[in-house]
Ligand binder design. Structure first.
Ligand code: SF4
Length: 181
């Protein structure tokens, strides 16, 4: 079997294991898998990316599914929407305290007995592989802000080179729709 074939099978098994664990977490909270995935996304997205359209793109959903998912989470009191300060047509979605508690339980997946060193190596390889696959398909990377080509650091101060706006430490750890890999 070639390296490419072994990699294919390994990624397929990891993906299956991952979704199975996530589905079990969703069921435990009486949520659909997509609803839990949306909560996890919004808990990790920065202020340029915590919108319905970004979620649609990130999860590869239809607009209808995105809208139903967000409405269901709002009805459950797990997600709340805030109008954008500058553009009333845009709403930002944030998990409520109850939604954030569910995310904390479900994400990230518990990796024991894998060691921290194993995880660091695996994370770097996975992020690089994902970046190449996304670039080859012309997809957005949705990467972590601090790894963006437009991320500017001046001592302990951070700034977005795209918008010119200051970024907090928390912003620097969030994922962004505009991330330049
Ligand atoms: S620096 Fe890049 S990832 Fe960070 S907010 Fe700006 S565009 Fe997004």
């Amino acid at each position: 079997m070639s390296n490419a074939a072994r990699l294919h099978l390994a990624l397929e098994r990891i993906s299956s294991l991952f979704r199975s664990e996530l589905r079990a977490s969703a069921v435990a909270h009486d949520l659909k898998l997509v609803q839990l995935e949306a909560l996890i996304y919004f808990a990790n997205a920065n202020r340029y990316s915590d919108t319905a359209s970004a979620l649609t793109e990130y999860l590869g959903l239809t607009k209808g599914t995105t809208s139903q998912t967000i409405q269901a989470l709002e009805r459950r009191g797990l997600l709340e929407k805030h109008a954008d300060e500058h553009d009333g047509r845009v709403s930002h979605c944030k998990p409520t305290a109850a939604g954030a508690a569910i995310v904390d339980e479900a994400f990230p997946m518990k990796w024991a007995p894998t060691s921290g060193a194993d995880l660091a190596g695996a994370e770097e390889a996975a992020v690089q592989l994902l970046a190449r696959l996304q670039a080859a398909r012309g997809q957005r990377s949705f990467g972590q802000c601090s790894t963006c080509q437009l991320f500017e650091r001046n001592g302990s101060r951070f700034r977005c080179g795209l918008t010119g706006e200051p970024l907090t430490k928390r912003d620097s750890l969030a994922i962004c729709r505009e991330h330049a890999a």
